[in-house]
Ligand binder design. Structure first.
Ligand SMILES: [Zn+2]
Length: 316
């Protein structure tokens, strides 16, 4: 993507005079302890940041996921296999476009949960890697692909863990997870050369597909996590952004005071009328360098973003 300019336990109140004795209250407390947390409506399912971190390591181990490479094919198979453990509704959307100046075959990976529900939420991330580390301080690395630990693998990692949770905890709304291909091969001077997969997805989706909102995750694994305020998101989905800010406060995710306009995979969705927000930490020194490796990310940051997304799915 490119940027332009600049579990709290439920408290129980027993009204006075209801006749509950101290022993009854402690028995209630005892049974509450035994009651599985998933039954308590105000509690969120547990997000495992360490599992999500292991998904970053796995993707980086395949190698840079550049369209046309073996790592790209292997990772597509791996993501598909992971998703199929959690839903039978997984489809591959193949398309061909000019990626980094060369015609390439690419694939959006789409997983639907509870497809019978008409009210839906769309969650997305890109899974491809930039083919050249052109912001690396060493010019020799400018023709080398980025490892993409944060810039692609982190968003995929969080959403794969969300996929497991969706299977085990039926949400009120149906959820679609889309992993876009061809996001990161663009030229900084030409916005048309980026976000190819989301453009293809938005162009080909049926007009009847109208999720309540969409959340895009991009570069959210940084150890030093702080979300960027993107005015494209805030303008397109002010209510969703306000909710995001509310939950960020609760979870202790800082949001930068600076505002940018970011061209990312949420833009084609916004153009099709979907209120979409981009959760992105643009303050990442290893962006588009060969240093974008798993050690720059943390299970804690992934856990925080995972809980933020869970709040947006399962919260009030
Ligand atoms: Zn990138």
């Amino acid at each position: 993507m490119i940027k332009h300019k600049e579990n709290i336990p439920k408290s129980i109140h027993i009204p006075a005079g209801t006749g509950f004795s101290g022993i009854t209250l402690s028995l209630i407390g005892f049974f509450l302890m035994l009651w599985p947390s998933s039954c308590r409506t105000n509690d969120l399912p547990e997000f495992d940041g360490s599992t999500a971190f292991s998904y970053i390591e796995q993707q980086v181990a395949f190698g840079p996921r550049v369209p046309g490479s073996k790592a790209h094919i292997d990772t597509c198979e791996w993501i598909t296999k992971q998703l199929k453990q959690h839903t039978p509704h997984v489809t591959l959307q193949h398309f061909r476009d000019a990626f980094a100046g060369e015609v390439a075959d690419m694939t959006n990976i789409i997983a639907s949960f509870y497809p019978e529900k008409t009210n839906r939420i769309l969650l997305c991330a890109h899974w491809d890697c930039r083919p050249f580390a052109d912001r690396d301080p060493n010019p020799d690395n400018h023709s080398v692909p980025v490892p993409g630990a944060n810039d692609s693998a982190s968003g995929v990692a969080v959403l794969l863990e969300i996929a497991r949770i969706l299977k085990e905890n039926e949400p009120r709304y149906g959820v679609d997870i889309v992993f876009f291909d061809g996001e990161d091969g663009g030229s900084y001077s030409n916005t048309d050369t980026w976000i190819l997969g989301s453009k293809y997805f938005a162009k080909t989706m049926p007009s009847s597909y109208q999720p309540r909102f969409a959340i895009l995750l991009d570069m959210i694994g940084d150890k030093d996590l702080s979300l960027t305020r993107d005015y494209n998101s805030i303008d397109a989905a002010p209510k969703i952004w306000a909710k995001i800010e509310k939950y960020c406060k609760k979870i202790n995710i800082p949001i930068s005071t600076k505002t940018f306009g970011i061209t990312d995979d949420h833009i084609p969705l916004i153009k099709r009328g979907i209120p979409a927000v981009d959760l992105i930490d643009f303050d990442y020194p290893s962006w588009h360098t060969v240093s974008d490796t798993p050690d720059k990310c943390s299970a804690e940051s992934l856990g925080k973003i995972g809980r933020l997304v869970l709040n947006m799915i399962y919260g009030e």
